[in-house]
Design a protein around this ligand. Structure first.
Ligand code: SF4
Length: 281
């Protein structure tokens, strides 16, 4: 995936646009970790594209000095996948929040996982809809009281890591925005992974649902003896409701859809849309 290594500093990945997030927003930590991860990989900004949907965290591409695409709600993954299929030489990172990936764009997550296209997904999860002032999101806990759920959330809480594992995602990890160095390492490893990499980044919203204290207490590294090829054990750890494990839950190398498409093209098996459509002429 690395094309032309460049020696740059963190500031070389920062755009001139100042982040508009609230002071203390967890997304600052994820942004910092992304700068670090790209610098650590010596990625060329010209060969990197950051794609987002809609939400506070989806402002992300504006703050990067890479190529970027701020798309529409829940659609970061279709854009990112199409981009990678058309331009396999580029490193493609899709970013967004829990609403974008687990509600509005949840269907896209399922099929992107099954395709195993070589892109990296960073989900900034704050367990709320920050942009629209604090309604519940799929990852809000059962019973969560907000202005739109005055008697507490009646639905169950979505489990991002367990879902990614059962969708057969080939790289599954969790980090925390308050630990940007560790998160940067996960972003590096996710980008180096050949296939669909899913990084669940806990990223609190201090304005509408401040989970910093709770997560400071519950995040813990994965057990030292965890084998990232053991998906069943990874699933057991993902189902732990007391602790939020950080690190690489699961990693597996297997063929990617972009690789397979390139191989078909080399064999002259490109899809001929004109020939197909001529049947209906
Ligand atoms: Fe961050 Fe919450 Fe402010 Fe949005 S509303 S910028 S998620 S702190």
């Amino acid at each position: 995936m690395l094309q032309t290594p460049v020696n740059l500093t963190l500031k070389d990945y920062k755009s001139d646009v100042k982040p508009t997030w609230c002071p203390g927003c967890g997304d600052f930590g994820v942004l910092n970790a992304t700068y670090r991860g790209l610098a650590g990989l010596k990625m060329s900004p010209e060969q990197t594209v950051v794609v987002s949907g809609i939400g506070c965290s989806s402002r992300f591409p504006h703050f990067m000095k890479t190529f970027g695409f701020h798309s529409v709600h829940g659609r970061a993954l279709p854009v990112a996948q199409g981009l990678k299929m058309a331009r396999p030489d580029l490193a493609v990172v899709a970013v967004g929040g829990d609403g974008d990936f687990f509600s509005i764009g949840a269907g896209h997550l399922v099929h992107a996982a099954l395709r195993n296209i070589d892109i990296t997904v960073v989900v900034m999860d704050n367990e709320t809809y920050g942009l629209t002032k604090g309604q519940t999101s799929p990852t809000s806990p059962h019973g969560h009281v907000t202005k739109s759920t005055p008697y507490g959330l009646l639905a169950s809480q979505f489990n991002p890591i367990a879902t990614a594992l059962t969708l057969n995602v080939s790289f599954v990890a969790r980090g925390y925005s308050a630990k940007p160095k560790e998160l940067a390492t996960l972003i590096e490893k996710g980008m180096l992974h050949r296939g669909f990499s899913f990084i669940h980044a806990l990223s609190p919203c201090p304005t509408f649902y401040n989970t910093f204290d709770a997560w400071d207490a519950s995040v813990t590294p994965l057990p030292a003896d965890h084998d990232p090829q053991d998906r069943i054990k990874a699933l057991t750890l993902a189902m732990d409701t007391e602790r939020q494990y950080m690190g690489i839950f699961y990693e597996e190398e297997r063929p990617t859809m972009d690789q397979a498409a390139q191989q078909l093209a080399q064999q002259g098996k490109e899809f001929d849309i004109d020939k197909y459509m001529s049947r209906y002429a």
